[in-house]
Design a protein around this ligand. Structure first.
Ligand SMILES: [Zn+2]
Length: 305
């Protein structure tokens, strides 16, 4: 059975026919569990990174690009770095860097306590077209979701409704991380037949309906995404579009690691060696370890083959 049949690890665009509002639903199961469990993050860090993953998929789904959309948080707080990215064909990856003692000492798991005065950067990296779009989100809300909503209000004049949940769910006697979210947006150029008043009314009604989605529903492994949309918006005429399957896929490779190592002078590489004389580069995203012995290092700098 493919992921889209079960309804996990996917991005499902939809439209509400009554109001012509567009939306996207994201559901992450095994994908997000793999990331959060393999890295064994403390719970507050897992929740933040899970939220960032849902945001990355949701936002990527609203952009036309060939390449990688990435969200990156940098802060002086207990969690100093978080990355989640999503390619146009649905490959996702991400990780967090944090100080465990400071995370444990944080009074609450809010953005303020864990990320301090951080910033969230939005980037689209299109290696083919060579274009990069960047936006900066100030982290002034309690959750990343709140920060993102404020960003849309201020900088893009996109009316945006957003609800995200990250939960640990009992599944076949194991506790697994799951995450999900729904975003509804009104594009600036959108004009309804009934004019401004009708548009406002449509928006208010839709936000009330979105508000009734519970965290449990957003992550429920037994509730198909389409059924959840129908449950929430049954009088609005929900039309769903072809989903995009999302999967964990890292883009690291031995070749890429070699490209990076070539930029270091031989003396620096010497300092990076471990006790056994090998140099080991571990990918932060997937934990893959790339090993270089003396002979391989020599080859990097055009030494004997
Ligand atoms: Zn990797």
């Amino acid at each position: 059975m493919t992921a889209s049949l079960i309804g996990d690890n996917l991005l499902r665009p939809f439209q509400l026919e009554q109001s012509a509002l567009r939306g996207r639903l994201v559901r992450l199961g095994a994908l997000v569990d793999r990331v959060l469990t393999r890295h064994d993050y403390p719970e507050p860090v897992s929740r933040l990174l899970g939220e960032l993953f849902v945001l990355a998929a949701t936002l990527a789904g609203g952009l036309k690009f060939q390449g990688t959309f990435s969200l990156q948080v940098r802060s002086a707080g207990p969690v100093s770095l978080m990355i989640a990215d999503c390619t146009n064909d649905g490959a996702m990856r991400g990780y967090a860097k944090f100080d465990a003692a400071r995370v444990a000492a944080a009074p609450q798991a809010t953005v303020r306590d864990l990320l301090g005065d951080g910033q969230l950067a939005l980037t689209v990296d299109q290696s083919e077209a060579g274009q990069t779009y960047q936006g900066i989100v100030e982290l002034t809300g309690n959750t990343l979701t709140e920060c993102m909503q404020a960003y849309f209000r201020q900088s893009e004049q996109l009316k945006t409704g957003l609800k995200i949940a990250v939960e640990r769910v009992e599944d076949q006697s194991a506790r697994r991380w799951r995450a999900g979210g729904i975003m509804v947006q009104r594009l600036p150029e959108q004009v309804a037949d009934g004019g401004e008043e009708r548009m406002e009314e449509d928006w208010r009604r839709t936000m009330l309906l979105l508000g009734t989605a519970t965290e449990g529903e957003l992550v429920d492994p037994h509730l198909a995404p389409e059924r959840l949309l129908l449950r929430l918006f049954h009088d609005e005429g929900v039309r769903v579009f072809q989903p995009l399957d999302l999967s964990f896929r890292c883009r690291c490779s031995r070749e890429r690691v070699e490209l990076v190592l070539r930029r270091f002078p031989p003396a620096d590489l010497e300092d990076m060696k471990e006790a056994d004389g090998q140099l080991v580069v571990t990918c932060e995203f997937c934990k893959a370890a790339y090993r270089f012995d003396e002979a391989k290092l020599a080859r990097l700098h055009g030494g004997p083959h």
